[in-house]
Structures are given as structure tokens and as C-alpha cells.
Design a protein around this ligand. Structure first.
Ligand code: ADP
Ligand code: MN
Length: 179
């Protein structure tokens, strides 16, 4: 089957942004707030083997993209069948079909670069990988990718827990306004 905005009873929301932007933390808080299911794509990749070979030059793993997308469609269709809302998070978004999401929220720390730097350092990332991700956020690579790929994109700063709470409440109000 295929999930579409027309057939879903509850919304599917994608949280995107560079690693360390706070996607997983915000997505968990949002799912608790609006009583939605969660789909952490990075965790799914790790758990079900959608990461392929390690690519040393990029300090990252290849992605078995077709297999991942098939699996995600399966999971999302099941949630649609149960009338469940779903909050998905991933550091990229252009690989997903547009019909999967009713709202895309792109998180950024563009005016708080040192905070992003510290989060990635705390995660144990190497200097080069930290710099690449911080630059990616400064140049709004994921934000532009989201705007190019989806109609409804909100861009929100996520430097503090206050920022996160405000965004969660804003999304919750949007969800409530649809029903
Ligand atoms: P991502 O999933 O985008 O890689 P995480 O949600 O794992 O990011 O968050 C990365 C780190 O930043 C974690 O240590 C988390 O506790 C912290 N963090 C996340 N969101 C915020 C926020 N809004 N304010 C302060 N710290 C945050
Ligand atoms: Mn995450």
C-alpha cells in the first residue's frame, strides 16, 4: 500500500536538521505531547541493517536507500491503518516521497553555532565531522533541501529547551487545528 495525505486520519510530521540540532529530543517530546507514534529513521537504519559499507572519506555509512524506503512505507502504512499520528526524524529529507508528510519542521542553530559545536563534541564526533555539520547548518543545507522538497516547511531555531517547548506547542496547536 501507499500512505497519502488524503487517506490518513492523523498527521505524519517530519523533523529534520543536521545531527545535533535536537531532532530526536524534540520528536520524542512532540510525540508524547500529541499522542503520536515515533519513527527515528537513524535508529531504524542501525537496528535493521540499512547502513551499508563504511565510507572512510565521508566518515559515514552508505545507505541502502531503496530497502529503507520500502520498510518505512510499510511502517507508515500500518500507522495509517490504525489511524495513528507519527513523528519521524532524520538528518535528510529529500529521499522521502512528498506524500509521506503533512508538515516538515527543519531545526537550526544557525545563530548558535558554538552550542551546536559543543553538542557534537559531547557526542564524540571528530573535529572534521563537527566542522562539516556546523557548516552544513550555517549554509542552511537541510533547510533548503526541505523547502525544495516539501510544500509546508517550518524553520525553527532549537538552541534552548525553551525553543524546543515553544516549537512543540506550536506544532501541537497546528495538529489540534486540523481536527
Ligand atoms: P539529533 O537527533 O538532531 O542528532 P538530539 O536530539 O540527539 O539531536 O540532541 C543532541 C544533544 O543536544 C542531546 O544531548 C540533547 O540532550 C541536546 N538537546 C537537544 N535539543 C536541545 C535543546 N532544544 N536545547 C538544549 N539541548 C538540546
Ligand atoms: Mn537523532
Amino acid at each position: 500500500g501507499k500512505t497519502t495525505p488524503e487517506t490518513r486520519r492523523a498527521p505524519f510530521i517530519l523533523i529534520t536538521g543536521v545531527p545535533g540540532s535536537g531532532k530526536t529530543t524534540l520528536a520524542d517530546a512532540l510525540a508524547a505531547r500529541i499522542d503520536a507514534r515515533r519513527l527515528d529513521v537513524g535508529a531504524l537504519c542501525a537496528a535493521e541493517g540499512f547502513h551499508g559499507a563504511y565510507v572512510e572519506a565521508m566518515d559515514t555509512h552508505e545507505l541502502r536507500e531503496d530497502a529503507l524506503l520500502d520498510r518505512m512505507e510499510e511502517v507508515l502504512c500500518e500507522r495509517e491503518a490504525h489511524g495513528e499520528a507519527c513523528v519521524v526524524d532524520y538528518h535528510s529529507c529529500e529521499l522521502f516521497p512528498e506524500r509521506w508528510f503533512d508538515l516538515v519542521v527543519a531545526l537550526t542553530l544557525v545563530e548558535h553555532t558554538s552550542e551546536l559545536y559543543e553538542r557534537l563534541e559531547a557526542r564524540g564526533y571528530g573535529e572534521k565531522k563537527i566542522r562539516e555539520n556546523v557548516e552544513c547548518d550555517i549554509f542552511q543545507v537541510v533547510v533548503e533541501e526541505a523547502k525544495d522538497s516539501y510544500e509546508t516547511v517550518w524553520v525553527r531555531s532549537n538552541a534552548t529547551l525553551d525553543d524546543m517547548e515553544n516549537t512543540v506547542e506550536e506544532i501541537a496547536r497546528w495538529v489540534e487545528s486540523r481536527t
